[in-house]
Design a protein around this ligand. Structure first.
Ligand SMILES: [Zn+2]
Length: 127
């Protein structure tokens, strides 16, 4: 199951509750750990900890929550954390693009021409 389309793979009611949780700010914070592992803290009836591990393609390789929910493989806290993670990864992507833009904007014209001709040459090799 991929982080970006998880909602199609888990119980609709759980997804809905997860959205409510996420939108009401119940995901208190997300801690980024090494190896694409994230720890999310969610305020529910109690405070629960969700652990999510992603692979290189943003697939959810592992996911768990400390709450007692046992009616399915995923709970609303996990769904809420997935949404928060989507948000966070999107922000990161935007930041990456912005810093790339900035990097290019700072280059002299000659360097930009060189970069572009290299890219074009590479595309022609491929076609
Ligand atoms: Zn839970």
């Amino acid at each position: 199951m991929n982080l970006w389309n998880f909602s199609g793979h888990i119980n609709e009611a759980v997804v809905k509750r997860g959205i409510d949780y996420y939108e009401s700010g119940a995901v208190l914070w997300i801690k980024e750990k090494p190896a694409l592992t994230f720890q999310g803290f969610v305020q529910g009836t109690k405070k629960y900890t969700v652990l999510v591990m992603l692979d290189q393609e943003d697939r959810i390789a592992f996911s768990s929550c400390t709450c007692p929910y046992n009616k399915g493989p995923y709970c609303k806290h996990e769904a809420a954390v997935y949404l928060a993670l989507q948000h966070r990864l999107r922000e990161k992507q935007i930041q990456k693009l912005e810093s790339l833009e900035q990097l290019l904007a700072d280059q002299p014209k000659e360097t930009l021409i060189k970069i572009l001709t290299d890219i074009i040459a590479e595309c022609e090799e491929l076609s």
